[in-house]
Ligand binder design. Structure first.
Ligand code: AMP
Length: 299
């Protein structure tokens, strides 16, 4: 059985960073998140692509043990075009083409319905809500979003947050969504919306975990070689839930470990364009960086 289930975009991305330019490569929140989760568990994707989507990408995902029976076929694939300047913590969107996403009706396959772990990755919050309604009895629902949906569908987004156990936002999104410059205030506002935990990602500077009693700060990994940060947020969320689905332990201590694994996969992802770097790393690479993370924290 596929677990975790990840709803999000499967996209064709065109982007430019100070280190190069690529066109129509495999992207999307569900692609990155499922790839990251596949290091720990057997994820299943819920999404839509178009007739223009190369089938080699589906083969690639299947080759990683990712279930794609929940990817349906529409007319034209979701496309995103963006760029980064020297501060690569911020993606600048040039164009978002929703295409098939606009008519996507979520229909969760039988084989996904008993999954216990669900990641509502970045996608229209109405689709996140439709997915969560069809999964029978999840133990943990994690959700992510971005400025595009905060601007266009805030009401539905707040509803989706209300149905989630853990919210993952980057610092700019947290400030925008809760209308405050202060991240602690933003996290407390999110905790009031029924979430048990809030994770605020701070790009290369690490991530913060807030629960009603505790607060954890994960360091950023000192990466020397960053080429393309696209998908790092999705990789963080995918590895986080993938690790929790593998260990089936929702204690705060284990969530901290899951955050470190999220940070590790995200840090590797930034080292090359698209999914290139994650295609090459091994479990030994992951454990090597885990030890380095432990070392960075020691004092
Ligand atoms: P990240 O860098 O982790 O925030 O996510 C990058 C991915 O998000 C890219 O591969 C895009 O295809 C995808 N993306 C961009 N805009 C949106 C959007 N409005 N909704 C869902 N996915 C998006």
């Amino acid at each position: 059985m596929a677990d975790p289930i990840i709803i999000g975009t499967v996209a064709l991305d065109s982007l430019e960073t100070p280190f190069g330019k690529v066109q129509n490569i495999l992207g999307g929140s569900a692609s990155y998140a499922s790839l990251a989760a596949s290091f720990f568990s057997k994820p299943g994707i819920l999404s839509i692509v178009g007739k223009d989507f190369p089938c080699e990408h589906i083969k690639f995902l299947n080759g990683r043990g990712i279930n794609t029976e929940g990817i349906v076929l529409g007319e034209k694939t979701f496309r995103w075009q963006g760029f980064y300047e020297f501060d690569m913590n911020e993606a600048k969107t040039l164009r978002t083409e929703l295409n098939a996403l606009e008519s996507y009706k979520v229909n969760v396959p039988e084989n996904y319905k008993n999954a216990k772990y669900v990641f509502l990755a970045n996608i229209d919050p109405e689709l996140q809500l439709a997915a969560i309604k069809q999964i029978k009895n999840p133990e943990l629902v994690v959700m992510d979003t971005m400025n595009f949906w905060i601007e266009h569908k805030k009401k539905q987004l707040l509803e989706a947050i209300d149905k989630s156990d853990v919210i993952v936002l980057n610092d700019a999104e947290a400030r925008q969504l809760f209308n405050t410059p202060n991240l602690v205030k933003a996290a407390n506002a999110a905790l009031k919306l029924h979430s048990k935990s809030v994770i605020i990602k701070k790009g290369e500077h690490g991530a913060l975990l807030f629960t009603d009693k505790k607060h954890f700060s994960a360091p950023g990994y000192p990466l020397e070689n960053i080429k393309d940060p696209t998908g790092c947020g999705d990789c963080f969320g995918g590895a986080f839930i993938g690790y929790l689905a593998k260990t089936r332990d929702l204690s705060e201590a284990n969530m901290r470990k899951a955050i470190i694994y999220g940070s590790i996969i995200a840090s590797y992802n930034a080292e090359d364009f698209g999914t290139k770097r994650l295609q090459k790393i091994s479990h030994e690479d992951i454990e090597k960086r885990y030890k380095e993370f432990k070392d960075i924290r020691e004092f």
